[in-house]
Design a protein around this ligand. Sequence first.
Ligand SMILES: NC(=O)c1ccc[n+]([C@@H]2O[C@H](COP(=O)([O-])OP(=O)(O)OC[C@H]3O[C@@H](n4cnc5c(N)ncnc54)[C@H](OP(=O)(O)O)[C@@H]3O)[C@@H](O)[C@H]2O)c1
Length: 303
Amino acid sequence: MIKVLVFGKNGQLARSLAWRSSAFAGLNLQFLDRSDCDVAQSDNITKAVDLYRPDIVINATAYTAVDLAENEPELARRVNCDAVRTMAENAARHSVPFIHISTDYVFDGEGKKPYREADPVAPLGVYGATKLAGEEAIRAITNQHLIFRTSWVYSPFGKNFVKTMLGLLGDKTHISVVDDQKGCPTSALDLATAILRIVPEIIRPGFDQFGTYHLVSDAEMTWCAFSREIQAKASKLFGEQWQGATCQIEAVTSAKFPTAARRPSYSVMSTEKFMTNFGFGLPEFDQSLMEVLQKLAEGDAHA
Ligand SMILES: NC(=O)c1ccc[n+]([C@@H]2O[C@H](COP(=O)([O-])OP(=O)(O)OC[C@H]3O[C@@H](n4cnc5c(N)ncnc54)[C@H](OP(=O)(O)O)[C@@H]3O)[C@@H](O)[C@H]2O)c1
């Protein structure tokens, strides 16, 4: 059995890892929630790694409140950078690999073609800056790391755009959605499967593909286009009687919804490096969105 220590238990990615882990018989995942291990206190991390003596460490915690981070930069830094550094140090001390998740918000969005891993970074806000600082801390400490930058994460769990849209579409006759930011909506279930699939590979001695990778779905679109995809697929799934099927979706600019933190207007990322080095990519967007909608329709998830 491969012992996998996962910091985080209740976030989108952690719950997706737990959900998907039943398909990976050789993996034994131990999840730590905030009460087991508040990662903002570095001693907790050290104690946890010493206690569980894992074969690999995965960080599924993060300070993800992008706008709130502008007012809480210290806390965001403790979770997204200091805790990540301590996890990397402990993984290195035990000579085991460390998997960490980062974000498209390390880029400023001025790019015109899908970002590659080596493209210059220039975060626009505190969240992106602290996530970038976390990446840099890992690289300075251990070569045995995989940093997966992903974007626009949705799942049957927690708060996310798909669940927000389903609620709004069902409640309103008309909604406005931002149409001047483009990215790649990515299912946390797909991320979880990809991560669990490569765990046995990367703990093998001689594995030499460590580094930073972009890991997102194959579809690039605006938030407005994403909301229309959600509406179309949910209408198919829930049938004509679903009230959301007739809600009007108006495309607006982000000026209509001022936010504390600026977002990159273009954060599409190329997954070519991941596909070349690992030999597979994430499933098609249509299939992934439908899977999440189906799980939500089954109704057994998902506060
Ligand atoms: N969500 C996105 O759209 C998105 C986009 C790009 C990249 N990412 C990255 O993808 C990864 C997974 O994101 P996600 O969507 O799964 O995030 P999420 O749903 O917001 O989950 C984050 C988890 O971190 C935990 N956490 C925060 N501070 C903690 C602390 N001090 N001690 C212990 N646990 C703490 C939270 O615990 P509680 O449940 O107790 O609050 C929560 O369960 C993150 O690295 C994120 O930066 C996410």
